[in-house]
Design a protein around this ligand. Structure first.
Ligand code: 3HC
Length: 728
C-alpha cells in the first residue's frame, strides 16, 4: 500500500510524510515512515517525468514532522534501517529540486530532513526548531552541522540549538533557514508546487550550491571558537543539567573547523549524540519527563469525550492575587470572564492585577497590543453572584475558609445552570464537603492553581467523591485550553504536592535542631538541582501559613502526641515575627536593595537563636542532608500511590517538575528514587529513621516495602496495574 502519497501536478511530485499512518499523530520519523518515504523519494528520483519533488506533512496531522520517533530510542542507539541518516543522505543526493513544504512544526529530525532539501518554504504560522536538548541529546541527523551552514551564523545556531526554542516562520526566513513563506489565504501545497516548478530550470551548479553538505561555515575561526567558549560559560554546568547543551556546542564547534570534512563533522556529531543517548542519566530523565507529561495530563482511559468548544463563558469568584491570576489565564485563552468580588474596592484591585498581567504579555512579546486589548475587553467585573447566571464554568478563588466556600457553592446552585461546572481553588480544604452542598454535585471539582497563577503552569485538578467522568473530561480540556499542565489527583489533605512537602519541611527543621544551618540544608537541596531549598520555600510561601496549619492541628500547644515535634518554625513566627519574604525576614533576611528583596541573606539573628537552641548536638553528616529531607517526601509519594490518590508515579513527577522546581533532568521525585537512588536504599534508610524517630512520615509505605520485596520498579508496577485494568 502506498503510504507516502504522491500527487502529480505538472512535473512535480508531492510526497507526504506518514500519509496513511494515522496513529503517527505528529509525523515522527519512525521505521515505517522512514521506509515508505525513502521508497517514494527513490522512485520519484528515478522517474524521468518528475522534474522536482515537494515533501510535506500528511493529511491527518497538523505537523510537517516532530522529528525522530522518541519511542525508538534505546541505549544501544541502533535504529532499524533505513535510519534517519540513510534517508537524509538519499534525499540530499537527489539532483532534482527538492522542496520541504512546512506546515505546523518541523522539529528535530523533521527540520534535519527539511535541511537536506534544496529549498524550504512554510506557512506563516509554521515553527521550526531543534529541541533535542530538552530530551538530553543533541540533534543527531546533521542539525548541528547544517544549521550553521545554512544560517552562516554560529551565534544564532548555538542559541537555537542549546535552547531548543521554536523559531517562527518570519524569523526562520530572516535567518535563511526558509527560502519563502506562503502568504496567508494561499494553500501551502499549491504554493510549494509553484515554487518547485520555478526551480525546475535551475542549473546543476545552482542545485549543487544548495546542498548544505557541500558548504562550509565562513568566518573567523578564532572568533567563532570564542563565541562557543562564551556560550559554554553561560550554560548550566554539565553536572547540573547541562550535559546535552554542552554536547551541542562541542558538535557545533566541529562545523567551522577548517581541518574537518563534512563527513568528519558528522562523525563528531554522531559520537556526541551516541554518548549522550547511551550514557546520560540526565537524558533518560528528560525523555521520561516528556512522556510523563503526556501521561499525567491525559484524561483517564475510557473517559467520555466532551466538547468544550462552545463553553467559553467563565466566572471567577474572588479578585485577589489568585483569582485575578486565574481570570488572566482564561482571558488569554479567549474566554469571556466575569470576575466577582464583594465590593468595588476589591474589584478595582483585581482589574488592576489583570491589566498588569496582560500588559506584561505585551512587554514580553507574548501578545500583540491588539490581542492584549481584546483580552482585557472580555473581562466583566461584577459585585454580584447573580451576574454568573449564564456562565459555563465557575472557578471560586476566595480565601481558604470552608464555610465561606460552601456558602458560595450553595448560593451558586440557585443561580447558574444545572450543568455549569463548579470548581473551587484551594490548597487545603476538603472538596467532598464543598461539592456536597449543591444539587448535582457530579459537576464539582477542585482546581489547585499554584501562585502566581498567571505564571505557574501547574494545576492539580482534584476529583472528589462526587465528580462525574464528564466533569473530569471537561475540566481536563479547559485546563489544557488555558495552557496549563493539569494533573488529575484525588481528594486528601494537601492533595499531592503539599502533602509530600509537609514531611520534607518537617524533617528539614529537625536537621536544624541537630546542628545543621539553614544554608546547609537549602544548599544540599540546591546542589541536587532543585530551584530552592525548603527554608527559602517557606519564606516565599509565608512561614505563618504553616504555623496556622500546625496550630489548627493542635500541635503548637503540645498536641503532637508521641510524634517527634520541633517548635523551631513556630518560634520563628511567634517570637521573631519572621513570617517570610513579605515581612523582609524569615529563615533569611531580605534587603529590598538586593535582588528586589527576593534574595535570602544569612541572618545573624536566626543563626544566634538556632545556636542557643541546639547546643552541640549533630546527628547527621553532609551526605545525609539530601536523604533526610527528601526520603520522607518520596515515602509520602508511595503512600499517595498506594491509596490511589494518584494513578501513576508520572503524575507525581510532573507535579513536582512544574509546581515545585524539581529539575527535569532528575525526572521528578519518583523517577529519582526509582532510577537514580534505588528503591532498596530508600527503604533501608526510611526503615532506619522510622525505628529511630517513630514519626509517621518515616513509616515505610507498604507499596515501597512490596516493590522492594518483589524487586520491581514503581513504573513497572504502574504499567502492570494499567494492563490488568485494561483486561477487565
Ligand atoms: N516521537 C514519538 N512520539 C511523539 C513525538 C516524537 N518525536 N512527538 C510527539 N509525540 C507523540 C506524543 O507522545 C503524543 O502521544 P500520545 O497522544 O500517545 O500521548 C502525540 O505524539 C501528540 O503529541 P503532543 O500531545 O505533544 O501534541 P501537541 O500538539 O501538544 O505537540 C509537538 C506537538 C509540538 C510536536 C510536541 O509533541 C513535541 O514537542 N514533540 C517532540 C518534538 C521533539 O523533541 N523532536 C525531537 C525528537 S528527537 C530527534 O529528532 C533526534 C534527531 O535529531 C536524530
Amino acid at each position: 500500500m502506498l503510504r507516502a502519497s504522491r500527487r502529480l501536478m505538472s512535473s512535480v511530485a508531492t510526497l507526504r510524510i506518514a500519509q496513511g499512518i494515522p496513529k503517527n499523530k505528529v509525523n515522527s520519523l519512525g521505521f515505517e515512515t522512514r521506509k515508505n518515504l525513502l521508497n517514494e523519494i527513490q522512485s520519484a528520483n528515478k522517474n524521468p517525468d518528475i522534474k522536482a519533488i515537494v515533501i510535506t506533512g500528511s493529511d491527518h496531522s497538523s505537523a510537517f514532522s516532530a522529528g525522530a520517533d522518541i519511542t525508538e530510542f534505546n541505549a544501544t542507539g541502533e535504529f532499524q534501517s533505513p535510519s534517519l541518516h540513510e534517508l537524509i543522505d538519499v534525499l540530499e543526493g537527489v539532483e532534482k529540486p527538492t522542496v520541504a513544504a512546512i506546515k505546523g512544526v518541523a522539529l528535530g529530525g523533521g527540520l534535519e530532513l527539511a535541511l537536506a532539501c534544496k529549498y524550504r518554504v512554510s506557512t506563516e504560522s509554521a515553527k521550526v526548531g531543534l529541541p533535542e536538548v530538552h530530551l538530553g541529546i543533541i540533534p543527531g541527523a546533521g542539525g548541528t552541522q547544517r544549521l550553521p551552514r545554512v544560517t552562516q551564523d554560529i551565534k544564532f545556531s548555538i542559541g537555537a540549538i542549546t535552547s531548543g526554542r521554536m523559531i517562527k516562520a518570519q524569523e526562520a526566513l530572516g535567518a535563511n533557514i526558509l527560502d519563502d513563506v506562503c502568504p496567508k489565504g494561499e494553500e501551502l501545497d499549491d504554493f510549494a508546487v509553484k515554487f518547485a516548478e520555478g526551480k525546475t530550470s535551475a542549473s546543476p551548479e545552482e542545485l549543487a550550491g544548495r546542498n548544505l553538505a557541500k558548504k562550509t561555515v565562513e568566518g573567523d575561526v578564532e572568533e567563532m571558537a570564542a563565541i562557543c567558549d562564551a556560550a559554554l560559560e553561560r550554560l548550566p554546568a554539565p553536572a547540573m543539567g547541562g550535559e546535552a547543551a554542552h554536547g551541542c556546542v562541542e558538535a557545533i564547534k566541529a562545523s567551522f573547523d577548517p581541518t574537518k570534512s563534512f563527513e568528519e563533522c558528522m562523525k563528531t556529531e554522531m559520537d556526541v549524540f551516541m554518548n549522550l543517548l547511551s550514557n546520560s542519566e540526565q537524558g533518560q530523565a528528560r525523555r521520561h519527563a516528556f512522556f510523563a507529561e503526556r501521561i499525567a495530563t491525559a484524561p483517564p482511559k475510557g473517559s467520555p469525550k466532551v466538547d468544550i468548544s462552545g463553553k467559553t463563558k467563565v466566572g471567577v469568584i474572588g479578585a485577589g492575587t489568585m483569582g485575578s491570576g486565574i481570570a488572566t489565564c482564561f482571558l488569554r485563552a479567549g474566554y469571556d470572564v466575569t470576575l466577582v468580588d464583594v465590593n468595588e474596592k476589591g474589584l478595582e484591585r483585581g482589574r488592576k492585577i489583570v491589566g498588569r498581567n496582560i500588559e506584561q504579555d505585551v512587554k514580553r512579546g507574548r501578545a500583540s497590543q491588539a490581542k492584549a486589548e481584546a483580552n482585557i475587553a472580555r473581562l466583566t467585573p461584577s459585585t454580584t453572584l447573580d451576574s454568573l447566571a449564564g456562565v459555563d464554568m465557575v472557578v471560586e478563588a476566595v480565601f481558604e475558609n470552608l464555610d465561606l466556600k460552601k456558602k458560595i457553592f450553595k448560593d451558586l446552585d440557585g443561580i447558574v445552570a444545572k450543568d455549569c461546572i463548579l470548581c473551587t481553588n484551594t490548597s487545603t480544604l476538603d472538596i467532598d464537603e464543598i461539592g456536597g452542598v449543591v444539587d448535582n454535585p457530579g459537576r464539582t471539582m477542585g482546581m489547585h492553581f499554584f501562585s502566581p497563577a498567571n505564571v505557574m503552569k501547574l494545576v492539580e485538578n482534584i476529583q472528589c467523591k462526587h465528580t462525574s467522568p464528564e466533569t473530569i473530561s471537561a475540566v481536563t480540556a479547559h485546563t489544557k485550553k488555558i495552557s496549563k499542565v493539569g494533573v488529575l489527583v484525588g481528594n486528601c489533605d494537601g492533595f499531592v504536592g503539599n502533602r509530600m512537602v509537609a514531611p520534607y519541611t518537617g524533617e528539614a527543621c529537625f536537621l536544624l535542631e541537630e546542628g545543621a544551618s539553614v544554608q546547609d540544608v537549602d544548599g544540599a537541596i540546591v546542589d541536587l538541582g532543585m530551584a530552592i531549598g525548603p527554608f527559602t520555600m517557606g519564606d516565599i510561601a509565608g512561614n505563618d501559613i504553616g504555623y496556622l496549619i500546625r496550630k489548627e492541628k493542635g500541635w503548637v500547644e503540645g498536641g503532637a502526641g508521641d510524634m517527634r515535634y520541633t517548635d523551631l518554625p513556630d518560634t520563628l513566627v511567634t517570637k521573631f515575627g519572621r513570617i517570610g519574604q513579605k515581612a523582609g525576614k524569615g529563615w533569611y533576611d531580605y534587603d529590598p536593595n538586593v535582588g528586589k528583596g527576593r534574595i535570602g541573606l544569612a541572618s545573624e539573628e536566626v543563626e544566634a537563636w538556632l545556636e542557643s537552641e541546639r547546643g552541640d548536638c549533630k546527628d547527621w553528616n553532609e551526605k545525609d542532608l539530601v536523604e533526610r529531607s527528601l526520603f520522607p517526601l518520596v515515602n509520602e509519594g508511595f503512600k499517595i500511590l498506594e491509596e490511589g490518590i494518584c494513578d501513576r508515579p508520572e503524575h507525581i513527577d510532573i507535579i513536582y517538575i512544574y509546581g515545585y522546581g524539581w529539575p527535569v533532568w532528575r525526572g521528578g521525585p519518583m523517577w529519582w528514587a526509582d532510577q537514580q537512588v534505588g528503591l532498596e536504599h530508600v527503604l533501608e534508610m526510611t526503615t532506619k529513621y522510622h525505628e529511630k524517630y517513630q514519626n509517621d512520615w518515616w513509616k515505610p509505605s507498604q507499596l515501597l516495602v512490596d516493590l522492594v520485596a518483589d524487586k520491581k520498579g514503581v513504573y513497572e508496577w504502574a504499567n502492570e496495574k494499567a494492563k490488568a485494568r485494561s483486561k477487565l
